[in-house]
Design a protein around this ligand. Structure first.
Ligand SMILES: NC(=O)c1ccc[n+]([C@@H]2O[C@H](COP(=O)([O-])OP(=O)(O)OC[C@H]3O[C@@H](n4cnc5c(N)ncnc54)[C@H](OP(=O)(O)O)[C@@H]3O)[C@@H](O)[C@H]2O)c1
Length: 246
């Protein structure tokens, strides 16, 4: 526990489980007032919840208005909400492409745009985007996800340059597989398609990560706190390992 973020209002998309929830809990432990935003969320551990579909511009606007009414201007934004689906390119439907881009990339853009004026006025802000190692390198069968997460890294770099003069930093975290429901679904896909056991599927995912191991929620949350409490700008942090890519 510390008070490094005392008085700061943090808005975390997809904060009701997985990576988003672990970041929310750590920001709260650092003294932030936390609003978690997701399609199906409710209050957790004393953190307020607002209903928000990041694939819907009107829903985002309503969620920000609700959050501001509860806790005032937003100074920390974590763009974490995301979805993953896999298919070979020939079976990647336009609907699937649009769904993934709308949530992972356009949602990140819309939420960032939605808070930029209040951050500029405050001459302080932190925007943290949860991308993926798929945002820095390619992989088979996830063209839409990979394109969306590369887009998030590009958006991060652009905003870092544009907003630096206002005291706003924009960074990204690029994890390999992390122990969440999203990873559990990836394991199910592997088991169904290849007949692998659960242990084999887990090992396959671990081996595809830098360092050959699964990322813990704690590592992601610690990296988030480091980026939000620090002054680094425009970096994408790869996990495991913590390598900074500018
Ligand atoms: N787990 C991994 O291995 C891994 C690796 C690299 C990057 N990531 C990225 O990390 C982020 C979090 O992933 P996770 O593993 O924690 O996933 P998760 O356990 O599946 O949780 C996803 C979160 O996003 C929310 N969400 C999904 N679509 C949304 C929408 N349209 N509007 C608002 N909220 C939405 C979900 O809440 P509702 O369903 O209630 O809306 C949930 O809170 C994602 O961006 C993901 O791409 C994950």
């Amino acid at each position: 526990m510390s008070d490094r973020l005392a008085g700061k209002h943090a808005f975390i998309t997809g904060g009701n489980r997985g990576i988003g929830l672990s970041i929310a809990q750590r920001l709260k432990a650092e003294g932030a007032i936390v609003t978690i935003a997701s399609r199906r969320g409710s209050e957790i551990d004393g953190m307020s919840a607002v209903q928000c579909d990041v694939a819907d511009e009107g829903s985002i606007e309503r969620a920000f208005a609700d959050a501001r009414q509860l806790h005032g201007p937003i100074s920390l934004l974590v763009n974490n909400a995301g979805i993953a689906e896999s298919a070979p390119l020939g079976r990647t439907t336009t609907e699937m492409w649009n769904r993934i881009l709308a949530t992972n990339l356009t949602g990140t853009f819309l939420c960032s745009r939605g808070v930029v004026d209040e951050m500029k006025r405050a001459r302080y802000g932190r925007i943290l985007n949860i991308s993926s190692i798929a945002g820095l390198g390619g992989a088979a069968y996830i063209a839409a996800y990979c394109a969306s997460k590369h887009g998030v890294v590009g958006l991060t770099r652009a905003l870092a340059i544009e907003l630096a003069e206002f005291g706003i930093t924009t960074n990204a975290i690029c994890p390999g597989y992390v122990e969440t429901e999203m990873m559990a679904q990836a394991m199910v896909n592997i088991m169904e398609k290849t007949g692998a056991t659960e242990a084999q599927a887990r090992e396959h995912l671990a081996q595809s990560n830098p360092g050959g191991r699964i990322v813990t929620l704690d590592e992601v949350a610690s990296t988030a706190v480091d980026l939000i409490t620090g002054v680094e700008n425009g970096v994408s942090v790869v996990l495991p390992g913590g390598t900074r890519v500018s």
